[in-house]
Design a protein around this ligand. Sequence first.
Ligand SMILES: [Zn+2]
Length: 455
Amino acid sequence: MSTLLIKHAHVVATMDGDRQEIADGGMLIVDGVITAVAPTADLPGDADEVLDLSGHVVLPGFINTHHHFYQTLTRAVPGAQDVGLFDWLRTLYPIWARMTAEHIEVSTKLALAELALSGCTTAFDHLYLFPNDSRLDDEIEAAAGVGLRLHASRGSMSLGESDGGLPPDSVVETDTAILADTQRLIETYHDASPAAMTRIVVAPCSPFSVTTDIMRESAALARSFGVTMHTHLAETMDEEDFCVSTYGRRPVELMEDLDWMGDDVWFAHSVFINDDEIGRMAAAQTGVAHCPSSNMRLASGIAPLRKYLAAGVPTGLGVDGSASNDGSHLLGEARQAMLLARLDAAPNQSGGSLLSARTALELATRGGASVLRRPELGSLEPGKAGDFIAIDLNRLEYAGALHDPVAAVMLAAPVNVDFNYVGGKPVVQKGNLVTLELEPLIERHNRLAGELFQP
Ligand SMILES: [Zn+2]
């Protein structure tokens, strides 16, 4: 049995059912699971490891629900800087087609490092193309050393240009190959237990890059193993036009036709969803990964975030791939969600109430846990996983904001976290990653990124 005692935190924002915030708070974590959250005076005096977090705010670890790790290699690509989604994709597909297993490995570590330092303890990744010798195994093996929980997806593209899809034929696969590899990965890596570090998600890429057959067959396969399902949906008006002209259906209607609604499904973006469709998603408990930076970067549109929350649609945050953000800063993304929802509340937009700092924090914590179907994550309370972050309040960015340190985390400039623990084990301590060396990683990542542009 190993015990970890957190004590004297300035405030512990539990994000529990009552949203308790405990002054001079602490926690006891036994074998990776929280057994007590209370004022320091009410906790035991000793443990195997004791962490005094005086002057820090403590929060549940953040959960990222949409990313493409490999895109860290193609940030700020000149031809893809100032265009919308379809032209952005057409510019990047040929570059991504040159990736190898080593690119997947190094980009996974880089993205996870950035996520960890920005407060993420559980990350979902949507990998949907497997050029050359690359496999999802490369990502899973690379992630194991970093220490964050990973939901890795066996994504797919099966509708190439010659069949009316957007991606070039060189990066699409056959239905048979996709389904066989997906089943192999579920059988090899998927851990359904509450303490799982690795889960597999079935994730065809988007309506304009896969066939309806692979959507239906992927859903059947996922449900036969009890794993969750994910895809991009209603990201842009171009996609809606594609669905209407190709299938005579709006994106959500298409998903209903293809058995892609349910509490085991979540969609990325979901910008162009009308009120009636929001009601249907809420009834089905189909979730949303809200990606505000990407939606702004590609001028996709403003997702109806406040309507999702009001309707009870499970909603979390996604930094999205690093070619359309171009960063993986999850704390910054939560702030961006708050700011974009406030812009949407302007009198010349949708109007309505302002999204609070605490609601933005809920999206990053409880919201993400509900989207990924991880009830043991997303809040700090007995029985939940010991996944937490801590931020030192004594810093330039928070000077003058200590009237409300919890709100300051969202309202002040985004910062990196000082501590990040997953299952009671350290990933970040005193602002530094303890599970990998950043400098050689960045050097190798830059070299490999450069090679992608010089085939
Ligand atoms: Zn995406």
